[in-house]
Design a protein around this ligand. Structure first.
Ligand code: TMP
Length: 258
């Protein structure tokens, strides 16, 4: 049961989510907002129903990833907009994996969007609003002690496994996973530290194009004013079989269900 969100302690508020203190030590409640920003806060808006859909989509994807042995912060969904997660110390690095040229990669090198890459590219960005999330190398990450080489290696391996699995899962739903961003955190169990997947995986953090038409079904609809923004998120949820009001019978898999 969720408690009154005005009475519990807010631990952190980001652009798209709020973290509240959880019911037990070592847990947090992750609340998904409808707010959307792009280009480091220069563009702001509301995507009605996004929080509800991202809560469900991230739940679905994190559970599937857990089933293949990826450690994640996800514990369980609490209600339409909230999920219980394990508390972690977030590593201040955005790990981006790209399968197809798009977004800032296309811009940086003047390449047309849509060109398949001969191999997946991994990039690291330092999480800093003031610095506008600069692209960094492993050298910077280790030298500034944002993460050790061993932790970088762990994040890289997990991100590549996540990419392989999610590429197949989305393909089964008629979607191409163009690129995505993940974040990791340090989780302590007794004295053991483990790097686990944190944050969210949703159309806010992935580019997803229709396999046949290349139609964009992700946050680029908002970033680029393509219209039908809500519909993009709904379509991803629908294809994964997880519309917000869907019952258990509708949770069976990546087929189009109404
Ligand atoms: P980019 O092409 O703008 O660098 O984005 C690469 C991927 O990372 C894309 O799927 C969107 C995602 N992303 C985020 O989740 N948060 C961000 O702040 C940025 C810049 C990108």
């Amino acid at each position: 049961m969720s408690r009154d969100s005005t009475r519990r302690r807010k631990v952190y508020e980001g652009k798209a989510k709020v973290l509240f203190e959880g019911p037990e030590p070592g847990t947090l409640i992750q609340y998904f907002k409808d707010d959307a920003t792009a280009f480091n806060n220069q563009k702001q808006g509301v995507i009605t129903g996004k929080g509800v859909l991202n809560n469900r989509i991230s739940e679905f994807l994190m559970e599937r990833l857990a089933s293949i042995g990826i450690p994640t912060h996800f514990v369980r969904r609490l209600n339409m907009r909230e999920q219980l997660v394990r508390e972690v110390e977030i590593i201040p690095i955005e790990v981006v994996i790209r399968n197809v040229v798009a977004g800032s990669l296309a811009k940086r090198f003047g390449i047309e969007e849509g060109e398949a890459l001969p191999r997946s590219i991994v990039e690291y960005y330092y999480k800093s609003d003031e610095l506008e999330d600069p692209l960094v190398t492993e050298e910077h990450i280790a030298a500034f002690a944002w993460a050790s080489y061993q932790e970088i290696d762990e994040m890289l391996n997990l991100a590549l496994r996540i990419n392989d699995y999610l590429s197949g899962l989305f393909m089964g739903a008629g979607l191409r996973l163009i690129d995505f961003k993940v974040e990791f955190g340090r989780h302590w169990d007794e004295d053991e530290m483990q790097i686990i997947l944190a944050d969210e995986i949703s159309p806010d953090s992935c580019r997803l194009w229709d396999v046949l038409t290349n139609e964009k079904l992700d946050k680029d609809r908002f970033r680029r004013d393509l219209g039908r923004v809500e519909e993009g998120y709904q379509e991803v949820a629908r294809r994964l079989g997880i519309l917000p009001d869907a019952g258990p019978r509708d949770l069976k898999g990546p087929e189009a269900v109404q």
